[in-house]
Design a protein around this ligand. Structure first.
Ligand SMILES: Nc1nc2c(c(=O)[nH]1)N(C=O)[C@@H](CNc1ccc(C(=O)N[C@@H](CCC(=O)O)C(=O)O)cc1)CN2
Ligand SMILES: Nc1ncnc2c1ncn2[C@@H]1O[C@H](COP(=O)(O)OP(=O)(O)OP(=O)(O)O)[C@@H](O)[C@H]1O
Length: 226
């Protein structure tokens, strides 16, 4: 601790900022309105920047990174019969993991995709198999057209950005955070994205749920708290 803050507070531990927290409409602790607005602005600017940067990668580069991420995923979770793993249908330059999804099914594991049934609510998951009937979901992203709701053991989520604490920056809908908050027991959560999408911090807010691992195909798998 710096001498300056010791002098300022007279205490040997950092000051408590609990008085700056308040309950929002959802009943959870939030930061003050100005801070929340600053974070929203920062995230929007970073999203636009990071998506534009990854769209500049060539198809060949993106393919090589997706293959390296697949190898890291095999290392982290070893897909096998009895497991249900959720992934995503790639958009806007996200790593395309559809080849790996098919290989995972060959191990006997099941693949699920997220479905936004109600805007600004937790997503549900439906099983995906190669060639299954698909229908356009939110943002026209294809989702399995029908099938019962299933609960994944492992959720693999695409990252627009991430930080060293394994916090995720997504598309600003709060969908993964809401979904993870609603799942009990909580699945293992792995974020995947590009090494160049790393930020020093995403300024985590009370609603942000960190990933357990982040794989970028760079050979350096991030583990929360590790
Ligand atoms: N490929 C893929 N599929 C996915 C996700 C993903 O990240 N990647 N999702 C992962 O979650 C879900 C969709 N995520 C979405 C996130 C935001 C908005 C959206 O409407 N954003 C608003 C801004 C929100 C706001 O500011 O309140 C917008 O762009 O206008 C839509 C879908 C489900 N499917
Ligand atoms: N558990 C929750 N309950 C209620 N609102 C939430 C919850 N999680 C997130 N939100 C809301 O969603 C908004 C967007 O969150 P955030 O910026 O973290 O989205 P994101 O993780 O980038 O998006 P996505 O997961 O959709 O890709 C937040 O400002 C917050 O109001």
């Amino acid at each position: 601790m710096s001498d300056e803050s010791k002098i300022a507070t007279g205490f040997s531990s950092p000051p408590c900022f609990a008085h700056e927290l308040e309950l929002d409409d959802n009943g959870y602790l939030g930061v003050d309105a100005q801070t929340a607005l600053d974070v929203v602005r920062f995230r929007k600017a970073k999203r636009d920047e990071l998506i534009a940067a990854r769209l500049k990668l060539t198809v060949k580069e993106r393919r090589a990174i997706a293959a390296a991420i697949a190898a890291e995923l095999d290392h982290i979770i070893s897909p096998a019969g009895g497991m249900t793993i959720s992934l995503y249908w790639p958009i806007r330059g996200e790593p395309d993991m559809r080849g790996w999804m098919t290989r995972v099914i060959e191990t006997g594991a099941r693949i699920a995709l997220p479905v936004v049934k109600v805007k600004a609510q937790p997503m549900i998951f439906r099983e995906w198999t190669p060639g299954c009937a698909m229908a356009p979901g939110i943002w026209q992203i294809p989702v399995p057209a029908d099938g019962e709701e299933i609960i994944p053991d492992v959720v693999i989520s695409p990252l627009v950005g991430f930080d060293a604490e394994c916090y995720r920056l997504g598309y600003g809908g709060g969908y993964f955070d809401r979904t993870l908050a609603a799942l009990s027991p909580r699945p293992k959560v792995i974020g995947i994205g590009y090494a160049a999408s790393r930020l020093s911090t995403i300024f985590p807010q009370p609603h942000d749920i960190p990933m357990d691992h982040i794989a970028t195909g760079s050979g350096d798998i991030l583990t929360r708290g590790g």
